[in-house]
Write a protein that binds this ligand. Sequence first.
Ligand SMILES: [Zn+2]
Ligand SMILES: [Zn+2]
Length: 325
Amino acid sequence: MVLDSPREPLRAADLTSPRPEAGEVLIEVAVCGVCRTDLHVVDGELPEPNLPLVPGHQIVGRVVEGGERFAPGDRVGVPWLGWTCGECRYCRSGRENLCDFARFTGYQRDGGYAELATADERFAFPIPEGYPDAQAAPLLCAGLIGHRALRMAGEAERLGLYGFGASAHIVCQVARHEGRRVFAFTRADDEAAQGFARELGAEWAGDALGPAPEELDAAIVFAPVGELVPAALRATAKGGVVVCAGIHMSDIPSFPYELLWGERVLRSVANLTRRDGEEFMALAPSVPVRTEVELHPLAAANEALERLRSGDVRGAAVLDTAPSG
Ligand SMILES: [Zn+2]
Ligand SMILES: [Zn+2]
């Protein structure tokens, strides 16, 4: 499924099979998760995608050939971070997520909305056994970014999650496992998301713009809605942190300094490092994180993106490359 131009539907295309270059593996894609970031790419909110582009950066598949690290048949996952330079000041200080020259899967490199994909083998990793392909896919971005965001939230006992989609449904489970209390903030009338959050261990779920039931020690904003930032700051206690976990967000409205005063911290989380991937792939089975997915055939990628856009997905949407019917 190919993006020819932003703000146009993806097009089903017969592409020449990709060839792995030195250090790359060719992967037979089994499934690819659908991420909010894919929507930002398709909607033209992220600049200069490598058009024509195959989106998708939560790839689960099996190695066909290439590279040295994996054997043919090995199951691997490919996340958003597709390549880094290894030489810039960020790469040399353990912050490859901030690399000035990073290349991202399904953005600057072709991704997994396809039957075949290539990846730099250094940025692919093994998928924990026990996760079927489809259930593993959301671990690769929703899980990884959620994990990084939760670490940035520090030791917070009372954790607010703003937006209860793919990432929050995973973070909620990890946070409960760590003994934290979880409060889920959604659109006022989104009873489906609120019920889902309670099923996963949130002790309260309700209107993100209404009053919080009690002070939070930290909040993670997953929904790409700038208006939620002052709302989350208002709900957060002195010394607490508000983490913006998305790659794009509508403008943040101005707010009184009083909301930030008291050593509250407002920060973003950008991308991921390979270390995040290794950490989270070890952590997920020990919780154990159980992902809820809805499967769509690859050819229905546009419909899956539309369901994500309208907030209709419970858990995560995943594209399945197996021919349907
Ligand atoms: Zn770099
Ligand atoms: Zn993503």
